[in-house]
Design a protein around this ligand. Structure first.
Ligand SMILES: CC(C)(COP(=O)(O)OP(=O)(O)OC[C@H]1O[C@@H](n2cnc3c(N)ncnc32)[C@H](O)[C@@H]1OP(=O)(O)O)[C@@H](O)C(=O)NCCC(=O)NCCS
Length: 329
């Protein structure tokens, strides 16, 4: 049997740090409120002049190095983002150019904060079917460029980052390693809870859409919170059940870092202790599709990931789109 393994991980976070105290000077908020309600202390903001594909290529190059391969061996790039360099072409193709990867498949995937989970699911199917041999899955988001910096309900939550993994096939006889399952879901009845109205066919960019502030994130925080806890917990349980495991068999959970209280709610519902969750939201805030691969890369580099571990990835984002992946390291 063929399984898909993560051959290497990489991440790139911009150098500029925006603290809660910095935000106190921009909107009517406080460090105490942000910490208590979200767990966030800092977030990273991309320097002017740099773009999504720059950070994505940096994370992708590091993942290739960690995998011990050259970008010239990558035959498919799947890039999850809602903040591309521009509407056309796919940012994945620009990353392909910046990495010096050869002609192959390269496309963007729009599943918001669930983008990395969807990317793993699609990449896994490609690898197991022999369509591609070295798939680079990237989650990247430059949300600082689509936030309303006057809206305290949203601007305190998000940050910029990129994370990446290289996927490749491995043959197994007895006990599989690698991606054991991916579950991808969406509920389009909820799309208006979290969206950017302007810039597409519904509201093409005009001076009026700019004046009406349509090019920034709009969010119903309470609704997102409730759906996130419920749906992420349900996706985690689905992954555990689908693999014939119990909660205690899960060794590490790398969940989307949207709000520490969401993660705590998921932990409680799934009977998983918080000590099994890797948390770095305090450093980066919510970096959408980048949050899981950045957290995974840090967990790997800190030595928290050990051979044979059952690792659960899970996320929910705009759409709502959500899902889970169970991975045996
Ligand atoms: C946004 C969120 C942190 C708000 O936390 P909450 O506990 O639900 O807070 P509430 O919505 O009850 O708001 C409480 C009050 O705080 C205020 N508030 C909102 N943002 C604030 C901020 N940054 N600083 C201070 N006060 C703030 C609200 O205006 C509200 O005031 P009011 O009672 O006078 O109207 C929370 O709902 C959340 O995390 N939602 C999910 C967001 C998310 O993860 N989005 C991305 C998904 S991938």
């Amino acid at each position: 049997m063929i399984a898909t393994r993560i051959l290497g991980t990489g991440s790139a976070t911009p150098g500029a740090v925006l603290t809660n105290h910095d935000l106190e000077k921009m909107v009517n908020t406080s460090d105490a409120w942000i910490r208590e309600r979200t767990g966030i202390e800092n977030r990273r903001i991309l320097e002017p002049g740099r773009v999504t594909s720059d950070v994505a290529a940096e994370a992708g190059a590091k993942a290739c190095t960690a995998a011990g391969i050259s970008p010239s061996e990558i035959d498919c790039i799947i890039l999850g983002t809602v903040t591309p360099d521009m509407p056309m072409p796919a940012t994945a193709t620009i990353v392909q150019q910046k990495l010096g990867a050869p002609v192959g498949a390269a496309f963007d995937l729009s599943a918001a904060c669930a983008g990395f989970i969807y990317g793993l699911g699609i990449g896994d199917a490609f690898v197991r079917q022999g369509v591609f041999k070295r798939v680079l899955v990237i989650g990247v988001e430059i949300l600082s460029r689509v936030l309303d910096w006057k809206d305290r309900n949203t601007c305190v939550l998000f940050g910029d980052a990129a994370g990446a993994v290289v996927l490749g096939p491995e043959r197994w006889e007895v006990k599989p390693r690698g991606i054991l399952s991916t579950h991808m879901l969406a509920d389009g009845t909820q799309w208006e809870q979290l969206y950017i109205p302007g810039g597409g066919s519904k509201h093409p960019t005009t001076s009026a859409t700019v004046a009406e502030n349509l090019h920034v994130v709009k969010m119903n925080g309470k609704a997102v919170f409730a759906h996130a806890v419920r749906n992420i917990a349900s996706a985690c349980q689905t992954a555990i059940d689908a693999n014939g495991l119990r909660a205690e068999d899960v060794d590490l959970v790398v969940a989307h870092q949207a709000n520490l209280r969401i993660v705590e709610g998921v932990a409680q519902r799934c009977n998983l202790p918080m000590s099994k969750f890797y948390i770095n939201i305090q450093k980066y805030g919510n970096t959408s599709s980048a949050s899981i691969p950045v957290a995974l890369d840090e967990a790997v580099r800190e030595g928290r990931v050990k051979e044979g571990m059952n690792i659960l990835f899970c996320a929910l984002g705009a759409g709502f789109s959500w899902g889970s992946t169970l991975y045996r390291w």
